[in-house]
Design a binder for this molecule. Structure first.
Ligand SMILES: Nc1ncnc2c1ncn2[C@@H]1O[C@H](COP(=O)(O)OP(=O)(O)OP(=O)(O)O)[C@@H](O)[C@H]1O
Length: 471
């Protein structure tokens, strides 16, 4: 069962023993701005009610192994007679169950149902003042948007996998939503009430990573004044999300492998054996098989993390999701700025669908936020979009090369290379010179002027790179 959502927003419960229905329906309702809790067993829902949690609307299945939907409805109505309930049932069962529910249930939903229909039903069944459109701050931060077959397939996989205590490896280009998927796996799992702890392996200096993961005792190393509880311990009972796992230094890969195999470890400088129960969800945008082949990633660690693999398609392979994602981000941004909601002109929407999205969903999200801040009117025109996309293009190319440089440096450092500065600088010079020469059709003097260098410097640098290239 899961709990998300801001207190005070409209809270919906979904009770169904079918994981897929539970997940897909809960996501659609979250998407519409509701706070949703999902229960696989009606008795869990009744326990939450006894704990003082109050839903505004309940969706329930009829045939469930622990307690049947009719008995559940009776128990609900005994406590909350005014509570609206939507009963979901296989089409063939509707006639037989309808009589039994008469006087109790508000609405029926025959399975299989259309998600839009379910969301519309929720809006109808809720008291008018609480319908989704009237929500002041929709709880939509964590819900995954996606209607394309690829995303629906992914949602079904999340529903199936969430219950299994297996390690999962999420692959996908940067910005495709890997962290959001990891959060959904946690939220839908029996661990949902325990912590979700995220660690970006690439963002932490290698020498600190070990103590970040496993903690340290006071005095374990210079600067360690106090005991520090590591992410593994923080995530006990819950989920540890290891982002950019491909960047983990070799020595730590070995340690992580051991901890995953044994489920226990010592803090850095510690003597006490710490035992934890953690589900690890790892993510990467890199080709880990290639890293295994070139020796920079351990094959046995890959096997342990990669029990199940979820691939997140890049946005260019699911452009059908662009309009819904854009609408979500525009609404979120408007909400945050307290500004009126904006929408794209149909021509601008078409342009969005033509774009290739190298930065994936994150690029679309950033673009929408910028447009909400900058575009004057309520409708974003093709021209406004065009100039925002152009400036996005320059920043992302500029970001890309520095990111690529950082990555090259990281890999070289992890390999133990020395003399990095000279090697990378030479590569930098070479790329710059070749590009300038290409621009000036091979005219050295002109290329030197464009770059702000003397002609001799250009000749010398070219000579150096050519010499190095020839065997
Ligand atoms: N399907 C989706 N629905 C709604 N929002 C999404 C979706 N996918 C991604 N986002 C949003 O896009 C942004 C990037 O997503 P996220 O951080 O999960 O990507 P990532 O693949 O983990 O990126 P990186 O590899 O760079 O860490 C986040 O703000 C996230 O909320």
């Amino acid at each position: 069962m899961t709990f998300t959502g801001a207190p005070g927003s409209t809270r919906l419960w979904v009770v169904d023993d079918d994981r897929t229905v539970r997940f897909v329906l809960a996501e659609a309702l979250r998407d519409a701005g509701y706070a949703v809790s999902a229960f696989e067993d009606p008795r869990q829902a009744l326990a939450a009610l006894a704990d003082g949690e109050l839903p505004d609307l309940v969706f329930t299945d009829v045939r469930m192994p622990g307690m049947d939907g009719l008995a559940f409805l009776d128990a609900l109505k005994a406590k909350r007679p005014e509570l609206p309930v939507v009963v979901m049932s296989a089409y063939t069962d509707i006639a037989s169950t309808a009589g039994a529910f008469r006087g109790g249930a508000h609405e029926f939903l025959s399975k299989p149902f259309d998600l839009d229909e379910a969301v519309a039903l929720a809006a109808r069944a809720l008291p008018a003042a609480e319908s989704a459109s009237a929500l002041p701050a929709p709880e939509m931060g964590d819900a995954l948007v996606g209607e394309t077959p690829a995303m629906r397939e992914l949602f079904r996989a999340i529903g199936r996998l969430a219950q299994a205590p297996l390690n999962v490896l999420i692959t996908g280009e940067t910005g495709t939503g890997k962290e959001l998927v990891a959060r959904a796996l946690h939220r839908e799992s029996p661990r949902a009430r325990k912590p979700f702890v995220a660690l970006n392996t690439a963002a932490i200096p290698a020498e600190l990573l070990e103590s970040e993961l496993f903690g340290h005792e006071a005095g374990a190393f210079t600067g360690a004044q106090k005991r520090h509880v590591g992410r593994f311990e923080q995530a006990d009972g819950g989920t540890l999300f290891l982002d950019e796992i491909g960047d983990m230094p070799a020595s730590l890969q070995t340690r992580l492998l051991r901890v995953l195999a044994e489920g226990e470890f010592f803090r850095v400088g510690g003597r006490e054996l710490i035992k934890v129960d953690v589900r690890v969800v790892a993510a990467t945008h890199q080709d880990l098989e290639a890293k295994v082949r070139d020796g920079s990633f351990r094959a046995d660690l890959l096997h342990r993390l990669d029990v199940v693999r979820l691939r997140l398609p890049p946005l260019r392979e699911r452009k059908g999701d662009v309009p819904a994602l854009a609408a979500r981000f525009l609404a979120q941004a408007a909400n945050k700025f307290g500004a009126p909601a904006k929408r794209f002109h149909p021509e601008a929407l078409k342009r969005l669908e033509r774009h290739d999205w190298p930065g994936n969903v994150r690029e679309l999200e950033n673009l929408c936020w910028r447009l909400v801040a900058l575009a004057p009117g309520e409708t974003i025109t093709l021209r406004e979009l065009g100039s925002a996309l152009r400036s996005e293009g320059t920043t992302s190319a500029a970001d890309d090369w520095t990111r690529g440089l950082a990555q090259a440096a990281r890999e070289a450092l992890a390999r133990g290379d020395t003399g990095l500065h000279a090697a990378l600088r030479e590569r930098f010079d070479q790329v710059l010179l070749e590009t300038a020469l290409e621009h000036t059709d091979g005219h050295r003097q002109l290329a030197a002027e464009k770059l702000g260098l003397g002609r001799n410097t250009v000749t010398r640098k070219l000579g150096a790179t050519r010499r190095r290239k020839s065997p």
